[in-house]
Design a protein around this ligand. Structure first.
Ligand code: DC
Length: 229
């Protein structure tokens, strides 16, 4: 039997990390974990409890309530990926909204939030055979991952992809708001004190501004195969 490795995918927002991660998980029969969904679910919890808004961040109360937050992924056979459940409620649709995107980087900068989620992520990966995407996977969560990828693309391309996704699901959003959000999140995620988004030294970089998914996926599979030899 082939050994099972850990694949860490980091990069800027909307660079297609999850698309590649899902394809890899399917091909190699690995677990896929979207860590952004976990930060989004905590943010959604904070919004519902009026602990975060554009003007407010009640860090102290949010930290004291972290123990009441139970995050679980449940695989949806029809969709072909695991959906995010917050305290046993499916929040997959809610966490993808622009409203959550506009607040998530603020919440993700809180060290206590990161500590809780990183510990849960590390537990999910103890046996290898995992593809995890996020911002600190190759640097903090799995610094010893066998394969690390770092994805980037122009802000314009990324905003266009995100805009299409939200419009397709019926959200009323403007391209300008999405572009602003993509750039603003990258700025906050890359400059925060705790686990900022940076490329791990040993990560392989992919700029997919002008590269199709298939082309990219094939290149990445070649890298995986080499690691499995
Ligand atoms: O992958 P995403 O765009 O759904 O992530 C949403 C936000 O969550 C992102 O802007 C920053 C934060 N995040 C993080 O800080 N660390 C991770 N490992 C994953 C996401």
């Amino acid at each position: 039997m082939k050994r099972k490795i850990t694949i860490a995918i980091d990069g800027f927002s909307s660079t297609g990390k999850s698309t590649i991660a899902k394809l890899l998980a399917k091909k190699y029969n690995y677990i896929y974990v979207d860590t952004g969904a976990m930060y989004r679910a905590v943010t959604y919890f904070a919004m519902k409890n009026k602990l975060v808004s554009k003007k407010v961040l009640n860090e102290e109360v949010l930290i004291s309530k972290l123990k009441d937050i139970k995050l679980t992924f449940k695989f949806n056979k029809i969709l072909g990926f695991a959906e995010m459940f917050l305290n046993n409620v499916n929040v997959e649709k809610e966490i993808r909204s622009l409203a959550v995107s506009q607040l998530v980087s603020k919440v993700a900068a809180i060290s206590e939030v990161r500590r809780k989620l990183v510990a849960e992520q590390q537990l999910m990966g103890v046996n290898g055979g995992i593809v995890m995407d996020g911002r600190d996977i190759g640097t903090v969560v799995f610094p010893d991952a066998e394969l690390k990828l770092f994805m980037s693309a122009s802000a314009d391309k990324r905003a266009s992809r995100r805009y299409k996704e939200l419009i397709d699901r019926g959200d009323d959003v403007s391209f300008e708001d999405i572009l602003f959000n993509v750039e603003e999140r990258d700025r906050i995620d890359s400059t925060r004190e705790d686990s900022p988004l940076i490329k791990a030294e040993d990560a392989i970089e992919f700029d997919n501004s002008d590269m199709g998914i298939e082309d990219q996926f094939n290149k990445i599979c070649t890298l995986v195969e080499k690691k499995l030899l």
